[in-house]
Design a protein around this ligand. Structure first.
Ligand SMILES: Nc1nc2c(c(=O)[nH]1)N[C@H]1C(S)=C(S)[C@@H](COP(=O)(O)OP(=O)(O)OC[C@H]3O[C@@H](n4cnc5c(=O)[nH]c(N)nc54)[C@H](O)[C@@H]3O)O[C@H]1N2
Ligand SMILES: Nc1nc2c(c(=O)[nH]1)N[C@H]1C(S)=C(S)[C@@H](COP(=O)(O)OP(=O)(O)OC[C@H]3O[C@@H](n4cnc5c(=O)[nH]c(N)nc54)[C@H](O)[C@@H]3O)O[C@H]1N2
Ligand code: SF4
Ligand SMILES: [Mo]
Length: 731
């Protein structure tokens, strides 16, 4: 015993003699890309702070930034592959694990065809350079149509609209919040999310600055959220009815002759077809439907159109509802009619330094359909709601094996209990994930990658979504411990093995360049490859040398490449290089909304979601610092509904939907609209076999046990996570 204590003390003393190092990095936990300064000594993290010299985040970080150390030190984070043998998890070496996974997948495909394997890529894939760059090779090697990702639980409708209007599925319209004079925000809660499809360091400060310079911010949300404190006006809206609100706004802009599209008139096609589409809209009907008064609709339309610049922006609340794609189109129509697309202060596009995606036309929609429900492919992905049914429905083409990469679909896809059932009966499943969680517990083999501080990082995706043009490279903070592998190595290793099994006679291909080499090439051939303006000190400084990885590394706090700039016609990838105003698919879907506009108002309670500053979807609940405090899974309900149903704060209630039921604690609050109830997602860690000690001690409930995989945005097939009909009774 004494010896053990002496050894530990000796290790501590040795540790204390090691040099203290300072690392600059971007936090990869959410979209905001805050700069952090991490001080380490040996294997230990001494401190994490916001990087005050980061020109983008200026020292701001949120509580999750500090929790990077909990993730790094988490004793439950897996470091070696595990294989399930007779229900027991046993360690297995990397090469054996990868060989086995490749052999099982290829065997299933040989017996049952290529589509008998499904793949799912979760949200952290977008935050991980190696995973981003290697994933295409793995998808190609597997060669199945049954590929899904978290995009179809999220922003896919936004991308579909970009594809239909601009001819490119990877073009994101980003609100120019730093210059706008009026921001109309629908279904977003930046005070909790830190901003989404709007990467911005310290988003709340930027929102406040709009008002400081005399502008206005209006928020539309069925809940008076934390973000409501940062706006001039918050308006309740009935879940799922934003399309009607937007139709009302457009109608009034047209009625008052407030359109001023400016240069968009030449860039867009089919103007004469646009206005008549809204002929049948009555503002009174729109108002009755969405619950926002006629006066408010008219005033917002006028203020928006008359503002020097204005931007209508919508996020999860409008993407993941039954009119997801239509909403995004209508928001863009409003921006276009008022001249607020591709101009400062309106909806704009970033010019990312690594812009492989933006250099040629890209995308596809509905060129083939899913086997069971006939849902459309988008960009060669099926909506994630098809996964469970493709696994459970017998017949030719049934999915029997599953590759889950950085995802937790049991907690994140609607009808999670059905997902549990589907995964449990598979012939084979592999998870590339460092946690044994609700999803990976179903796997036969788990391949755990290194943690985010143990590999290099460049945010390919979020630099594309930023409110300024940014670039930043971060070296690993820690060397990857011996015997571990990063996502890049795992995914490449798996892809190569699958290819070798499928084509044993093929010549070995050229070795893949490393992520750093791919990045360097992309930077040199990208928009700053002939020189760049550096804005780190607020005013542009011209550099004639190409932006390369070596140059980028000279900016450890990140490189600011200036404000977003007008990008049309360069960013129009349609065959005739025009902005398509009235894509047939959207015009048809408008018909669905017009029919509903005149229909009866449904009476049922509607369930919506919420996020919390100290959560990150389903996977940061093993950090004590983030989960401590009050229970965050309460059911929010308005006092009038609570009274009618006999519900009291702090007491239990039963909430039921078509797919299931949950026992929840009630919280009565006027911050939620009458007729609406609200639960967060990403909780429910009490499922058997999970090995997340902190998370299990405070498990919460999974709202996706009662959301519905069968209810989707009719046009896109995207999941509906807001506006689920439910009933609630006192328990
Ligand atoms: N009801 C409801 N459901 C929702 C939402 C909602 O608002 N309401 N939101 C939806 C949205 S927007 C999203 S994006 C999805 C997210 O859905 P998912 O992406 O399926 O789930 P996450 O919770 O992000 O889980 C990520 C998984 O990746 C692992 N992981 C983390 N980092 C890495 C890494 O670097 N490499 C690897 N290999 N694995 C890693 C984690 O351990 C975790 O298991 O959830 C969706 N589901
Ligand atoms: N702290 C934290 N930050 C995160 C995440 C997290 O889990 N935790 N997840 C990250 C991810 S993956 C994403 S995609 C982003 C999401 O970022 P946001 O979209 O900004 O965040 P949400 O909290 O989902 O905000 C959606 C809002 O829509 C409202 N809403 C619900 N239904 C409707 C409706 O029918 N109409 C309207 N107008 N509003 C509605 C909800 O009340 C909610 O306030 O956040 C990212 N950042
Ligand atoms: S807001 Fe928080 S989680 Fe998001 S990047 Fe910044 S520190 Fe990380
Ligand atoms: Mo998301």
């Amino acid at each position: 015993m004494l010896q053990v204590i002496r050894d530990a003390r000796a290790r501590e003393e040795e540790q204390a003699r090691l040099p203290v190092k300072t690392h600059h990095r971007a936090c990869t936990l959410c979209e905001a890309m805050c700069g952090v300064v991490i001080e380490t000594q040996g294997e230990q993290i001494l401190s994490i702070k916001g990087d005050e010299n980061d020109p983008h985040s200026e020292g701001h970080i949120c509580p999750k930034g500090y929790a990077l150390q909990d993730l790094h030190n988490d004793p439950d984070r897996l470091r070696t592959p595990l294989e399930k043998v007779n229900g027991q998890w046993l360690p297995i070496d990397w090469d054996t694990a990868l060989d086995k996974v490749a052999a099982r997948l290829v065997d299933i495909q040989r017996r049952h065809g290529p589509d008998s394997i499904a793949g799912y890529w979760g949200n952290p894939s977008s935050h991980n350079l190696g995973l981003m760059m290697a994933s295409g090779t793995l998808r190609k090697a597997i060669g199945t149509r049954n590929i899904s990702s978290a995009a179809s639980l999220d922003q896919m409708p936004h991308q579909l609209v970009s594809y239909l209007m601009f001819g490119h599925s990877q073009l994101f319209t980003i609100p120019d919040i730093d210059r706008t004079g009026y921001m109309l925000m629908l279904g977003a809660n930046p005070a909790a999310s830190n901003g989404s499809l709007m990467t911005a360091g310290d988003i709340l400060k930027r929102l406040e600055r709009i008002r400081e310079r005399g502008g206005k911010v209006v928020l539309v949300d069925p809940r008076r959220t934390e973000s409501a404190r940062y706006v001039d006006q918050h308006l309740f809206i009935r879940p799922g009815t934003d399309a009607f609100f937007l139709l009302g706004l457009i109608r009034h802009v047209l009625d008052m002759g407030l359109t001023k599209p400016g240069r968009l008139r030449e860039l867009a096609d089919n103007w004469e077809a646009l206005e008549p589409l809204f002929d049948g809209v009555s503002i009174e009907q729109a108002s009755a439907r969405c619950g926002i008064s006629v006066d408010d609709i008219k005033r917002i339309a006028e203020d928006f159109a008359n503002a020097e610049s204005a931007v209508c922006y919508g996020r999860m609340g409008v993407s993941t509802q039954s009119y997801g794609a239509l909403n995004h189109w209508l928001m863009l129509v409003l921006n276009i009619l008022t001249g607020n697309l591709d101009s400062p202060g309106g909806m704009m596009f970033t010019t990312p330094a690594f812009n492989k995606a933006q250099s040629r036309p890209m995308g596809s929609f509905n060129t083939y359909q899913s086997r069971v429900r006939g849902l459309p492919e988008f960009d060669s992905y099926f909506p994630a709601v098809t996964l469970a049914e493709e696994m459970l429905t017998p017949g030719e083409g049934q999915v029997r094996g599953f590759v889950c990469v950085a995802g937790n679909p049991v907690l994140s896809t609607p009808n999670g209990r059905m997902m549990d059932e589907a995964l449990e009966q598979l012939e084979f499943m592999v998870s590339i994930d460092f946690y044994l969680n609700e999803t990976s517990r179903h796997a036969d083999i788990i391949l755990p990658p290194t943690g985010p501080l143990e590999h290099e990082q460049y945010d390919i995706v979020f630099n594309m979504l930023a409110v300024r043009n940014l670039a930043r490279f971060s070296d690993p903070v820690f060397e990857a411990p011996e015997g571990t592998r990063c996502d890049w190595d795992i995914v490449q290793g798996l892809a190569q093995r699958i290819q070798a099994l499928k084509n044993p006679d093929a010549e070995p291909g050229r070795p893949m360049p490393s992520p750093e080499q791919i990045l360097d090439h992309g930077l040199r051939t990208g928009p700053y490859g002939k020189g760049f303006s550096e804005w780190n000190s607020g005013t542009p400084v011209e550099h004639e040398e190409p932006l390369s990885l070596e140059v980028l590394k000279r900016y450890p706090h990140g490189l600011d490449l200036g404000p977003m700039r007008p990008s049309f016609p360069g960013y129009l990838f349609t065959p005739d290089q025009r902005l398509r105003l009235t894509p047939t698919e959207l015009v048809t879907d408008l018909g669905r909304a017009m029919a509903e506009l005149r229909g009866d108002q449904p009476e049922q309670l509607m369930l919506i979601g919420r996020r919390d500053l100290r959560t990150n979807n389903s996977w940061m609940h093993n950090s004590q610092r983030l989960v401590k405090g009050t229970d965050r899974c309460a059911l929010l309900i308005n006092p009038t509904d609570a009274q009618r149903l006999g519900l009291v704060s702090g007491k239990q209630a039963r909430i039921m939907s078509r797919t299931g039921e949950l026992m929840v604690k009630v919280e009565v609050t006027a911050d939620i609209m009458p007729g609406v109830v609200c639960l967060p997602h990403g909780w429910g860690h009490d499922r058997e076999g999970v090995e997340l000690r902190v998370a299990q001690s405070n498990p919460g409930i999974s709202v996706n046990d009662i959301t519905d995989d069968q209810v989707v945005d009719v046009l896109s097939g995207n999941a509906v996570l807001n506006g689920i009909p439910v009933s609630v009774v006192a328990a």
